[in-house]
Design a protein. Structure first.
Length: 205
């Protein structure tokens, strides 16, 4: 593990089959991403920090005399109140925004898919960005609200498609593509690229 360069090195015998080694590494994708992500520093919610919100960088700013409920504009997320509660208030604001946005977009996608949606909720799963149950309940990682809209909407299309097809077969892919109305593979790869950073945002360790 090269912490200085943020790399996880794969080593083996001199005559090791390179293709087989790379295929093995690909199968360990989630573990590899977790190890690389763990090497990078957390990005807590503190005044002066810059974080992405729906893919746009915004400055976190504390205004002592301002209202305690955070206010978001194009370039700043401002919040008043005592400094010791700053991080909690910012996270609560982002989680509520995630619930509202994801609930609306999921309901729209479910309507287009002709499937019944029971409930939408958010959590902070370590590895999954979304999950669904056969009962029609979908749960997302709230950090999707930090990602660009196309990434969030890709995950929505993916989970709603799973309400119809509990597999990743051809029919599932076709429905996912229809619901997303874009390049699903590009959105998936973007999420993979930025995902480790999104999961560090708001953490203190």
């Amino acid at each position: 593990m090269d912490e200085k360069r943020g790399l996880l090195k794969l080593t083996g015998p001199l005559r090791m089959n390179r293709k087989a080694a790379l295929e093995w590494a690909a199968e360990q994708k989630e573990w590899v991403e977790a190890q690389v992500g763990a090497m990078l520093p957390p990005e807590p919610f503190v005044p002066g920090a810059t974080i992405p919100v729906e893919g746009r960088d915004v400055l976190l700013e504390r205004v002592a005399s301002g209202r305690r409920t955070p206010v978001l504009d194009n370039v700043r997320l401002t919040c008043g109140g005592p400094e010791e509660g700053f991080a909690r208030r910012v996270e609560t604001f982002l989680k509520r925004r995630a619930v509202d946005t994801l609930s609306r977009e999921t309901a729209e996608a479910a309507d287009r898919a002709g499937v019944t949606l029971k409930a939408v909720s958010v959590g902070d799963a370590e590895t999954r960005w979304g999950s669904c149950s056969s009962a029609g309940r979908i749960r997302y990682n709230w950090r999707l609200i930090l990602a660009p809209p196309e990434v969030r909407k890709y995950v929505v299309a993916h989970e709603v498609a799973h309400l119809v097809h509990l597999n990743h077969g051809r029919e599932f892919k076709a429905l996912e593509s229809r619901l997303f109305e874009g390049d699903a593979e590009a959105a998936r790869l973007l999420l993979r690229r930025i995902g480790s950073r999104l999961k560090r945002i708001g953490r203190t360790r």
